[in-house]
Design a protein around this ligand. Structure first.
Ligand code: TXA
Ligand code: MG
Length: 320
């Protein structure tokens, strides 16, 4: 009998795409050095080719041969956070296919900290390209069941690694002109990065001409409209409509419990991040007119959570 990792390995070696668990979200993985596998990833995800893919390896040692002119701060970050919820944008070498980077001179590198996927990556002799395992335009999956619901009939295998314990995508850091710059707020808090390398730039979300296509403003868009604001005030405004609530730590006695999700009753940012996408999926399948949501304090993982909430609240339909 094959183990689950062996099944995933055999399929990946045959240029198939396989969903893999990571500590952030599930990825839709294929051999990053095979154009045939990369094309399948784009096809399954219905993702446009201009949106580049992150390359995953077991650790920075496995990945650094694909890049050059690595800044000292990048080594420092890799030493602390690889494996971890961090993606580094570094200068690609020729060995990285053009399809991975969408023509950019930079390639995103990441070492996932999930034990199953890390073991799989140790056993493979190529790195894995993996976008989040959601169809383009929807919320990223944080359980194998989320992947099965949306992509189950399009892929041969889902490596089930349970619930992703970080719950939001990796923090993306690049080095334009050598200066560490956050391109996507994610599962590694900016404060944590800054404790190691000092102050970093944070790029504003931009919907036109985005420097990282992941910054397209609307992303993660649920089916049911999601509005942001003060929940008690919005409850008054929406009186008479069927509403759902996505709150940080308060519960509202005026609404049935099934119509609300409290991300963390103790106000814990990590717990809130872990539950965010499941909460959005849950509320999105209720028979309601609107999801009323509130922003978290703009610090720690609250920054990545707020970024996802703002994208979900936007009415443009654009996502990776
Ligand atoms: O946590 C994560 O990063 C997950 C897991 C599966 O590793 N992956 C993920 O991939 O979120 P994806 O493709 O859904 O989002 C990655 C974002 C994309 O929006 C892409 O445009 C941006 O990173 N990106 C990737 N390579 C890039 C590059 N060379 N330059 C600029 N942006 C890049
Ligand atoms: Mg994505």
């Amino acid at each position: 009998m094959e183990t689950n990792i062996q099944t995933a390995k055999r399929l990946l070696e045959a240029d198939e795409v396989v969903a893999i668990p990571t500590e952030t979200v599930y990825g839709l993985a294929g051999n990053a050095l095979s154009n045939a596998a990369i094309v399948k990833i784009f096809a399954v995800k219905e993702r446009p080719f201009f949106d580049p893919l992150i390359v995953h390896g077991a650790d920075f040692e496995h990945l650094k041969a694909y890049v050059q002119n690595i800044p000292a701060t990048a080594y420092e970050l890799a030493r602390h956070f690889m494996p971890g919820p961090l993606t580094l944008l570094l200068e690609r070498r020729e060995s990285i296919p053009d399809l991975i980077t969408a023509g950019s001179p930079w390639v995103g590198l990441r070492a996932p900290a999930h034990p199953l996927t890390n073991e799989l990556l140790q056993q493979l002799d190529f790195p894995l390209a993996a976008p989040s395992a959601n169809p383009f335009g929807y919320i990223s999956p944080t359980t194998a069941a989320h992947v099965a619901q949306q992509l189950g009939d399009k892929i041969p295998y889902i490596l089930d690694g349970g619930v992703c314990n970080v719950g939001v995508e990796s923090t993306i850091v690049g080095f334009p002109n050598g200066k560490p710059t956050v391109y996507r707020k994610g599962g590694l808090a900016i404060e944590t990065l800054e404790n190691i390398i000092g102050p970093v730039e944070v790029l504003a979300v931009s919907s036109s001409n985005p420097q990282a296509p992941g910054m397209l403003k609307s992303h993660y868009a649920p089916r049911i409209p999601l509005v942001l604001g003060n929940i008690p005030e919005m409850l008054d405004e929406w009186a008479g409509k069927k509403v759902g609530i996505l709150s940080f730590f308060r519960q509202y006695t005026t609404l049935p419990a099934e119509q609300q999700v409290t991300l963390s009753p103790n106000g814990n940012f990590a717990e809130a991040a872990q539950k965010l996408f499941s909460a959005m999926r849950y509320l999105d399948q209720l028979d309601i007119d609107v999801i009323l949501a509130e922003l978290l304090p703009e610090k720690d993982l609250g920054r990545a959570i707020n970024d996802r909430l703002r994208r979900a609240a936007s009415d443009m339909k654009n996502s990776s």
